[in-house]
Design a protein around this ligand. Structure first.
Ligand code: ATP
Ligand code: MG
Length: 428
């Protein structure tokens, strides 16, 4: 096929039927997050490359291999956002939002770009619903964020999701842990892939992210971070577990969760769903207490998550979730003859001003083809408007599913007549 009519690998078109499903999911996510006090934020798709190098981390898979980075016409290196948090925090700092009463609770739906190997549930353009609580260091913020994610997944009706939590400590506890990891991985270094060999000295924790099965095997015997975290981080984690119990959210501790982005500290978590025997991470997040300072801002402890919308939809479809179809017209007005055309336009406008989905002909079709079309687009009622109707000021509305007809006046009573007909039929 000609390259002009072929989409870029790993990217998807969301067609009208599916768009409706996306909108439903996004609406539920936003409504639920609003109940917890989150407000929307929109940030640009492009950021300076340095923002991601510094925040996501230059030893992460995302920065090392997956970013869409290019020079713009001013020869500045820019990057299509691979995730949402860094841009949101940059916007908070740049616009001084942190000078407002804290915490800031922000939500967004962002397209993200990662040059990964496309496969089921993994795309090069994907969409994340993200939440961030900024300016709150207490574990109560962790709980509120996890509760919000849990309520969203429940409201979407997703089954068999489990929450996995871990603590990856603070930079202070990670120093000791990284030493232990280096010692361990050095012994096994001959079996590590080249990327992990490089990471061994730069950031050994990243080896846990490697998707290579041999590296995964070696990771199984590696030291566990929970044995290395300091008293403060450990007490944070203990409180998290107690509070999760009190809000009745089941969890499992998974010491292998380190998350793919460098800026996390203390609490990290994932909501995982088992689909056809494989685990799919639907939502991943964690604390990023030091990110603001890393970006040159003040101390601004925070926690957030990203939920993959494609993966959520994939699971909902597998679990036979019900989705409404895109709406079809309430009424199709078929003009017959020259005089009827402007009248049909006028009546359609009147209907739309009352929030009624109305269609009319814009193809100069004859009556037969118009009726065929009205049927195909599933219009509930049709109204044929000819010279006779215009002269008498009356017409007939036909309900397509049962061919029942109702009289309607084409004067100022038109809209009330139509609403009456609709109302009567809803009550049957
Ligand atoms: P994974 O381990 O699956 O690669 P990740 O750690 O890279 O995930 P995050 O950066 O935390 O993922 O992104 C948060 C969420 O965004 C994930 O839980 C997932 O639902 C979704 N996600 C991440 N990468 C992709 C992708 N390439 N395609 C579709 N969804 C994705
Ligand atoms: Mg990844």
């Amino acid at each position: 096929m000609n390259i002009i009519t072929k989409r870029i690998r790993g990217m998807q078109d969301v067609l009208p039927q599916e768009s409706k499903e996306w909108e439903t999911v996004e609406k539920i996510m936003k409504e639920e997050a609003e109940l917890y006090g989150f407000k929307s934020i929109r940030t640009p798709i492009l950021e300076h490359t340095e923002l991601f190098e510094r925040s996501v981390g230059d030893t992460s898979d995302v920065v090392e291999k997956e970013m869409y980075t290019f020079n713009d016409k001013g020869n500045r290196s820019v990057t299509l956002r691979p995730e949402g948090t860094a841009g949101v925090l940059r916007a908070v700092l740049e616009n001084g939002l942190h000078n407002n009463p804290l915490p800031l609770k922000l939500m967004y739906v962002s397209s993200c770009y990662r040059y990964e190997k496309p496969q089921s549930g993994r795309y090069r353009e994907f969409f994340q619903f993200g939440l961030e609580i900024i300016g709150a260091s207490d574990v109560l913020a962790d709980i509120q964020l996890i509760c919000t994610a849990d309520s969203i997944l429940k409201r979407l009706g997703i089954n068999s999701v489990s929450l996995e939590i871990n603590s990856i400590g603070c930079p202070c506890c990670r120093k000791k842990f990284n030493e232990a990891l280096k010692n361990y991985f050095e012994i096994h270094s001959s079996k590590l892939c080249q990327t992990c060999k490089d990471r061994l000295y730069r950031n050994p924790m990243r080896i846990f992210d490697c998707k290579n099965p041999e590296c995964g095997e070696i990771c199984k015997g590696a030291p566990v971070i929970l044995d290395y975290i300091c008293e403060k981080c450990s007490s944070h984690f203990e409180k998290l577990k107690t509070l999760l119990k009190s809000v009745k959210i089941n969890y499992k501790i998974n010491p292998e969760i380190v998350r793919g982005l460098d800026y996390y500290s203390k609490t990290v978590f994932e909501f995982v769903c088992n689909i056809d025997g494989t685990n799919l991470t639907l939502c991943g997040g964690g604390r990023y207490d030091d990110l603001s300072e890393i970006l040159g801002g003040p101390s601004l402890p925070a926690i957030g998550f990203g939920m993959g919308i494609e993966r959520i939809l994939m699971v909902m479809k597998k679990q036979n979730a019900f989705f409404e179809k895109p709406s079809s017209p309430e009424i199709y007005i078929a003009p017959l003859g020259e005089k009827a055309v402007p009248k049909a336009l006028e009546l359609c406008e009147i209907l739309r001003r009352s929030s009624i989905f109305a269609e009319t002909d814009i193809m100069n079709r004859n009556l037969k083809s118009q009726m065929k079309y009205a049927d195909k687009i599933n219009s509930r009622y049709t109204l044929v408007l000819g010279d006779e109707e215009i002269q008498s000021g009356k017409a007939k509305i036909k309900e397509m599913k049962n061919s029942k007809e109702y009289e309607i006046f084409l004067n100022e009573n038109f809209i009330n007549n139509f609403l009456d007909i609709q109302f009567k039929n809803y009550n049957i």
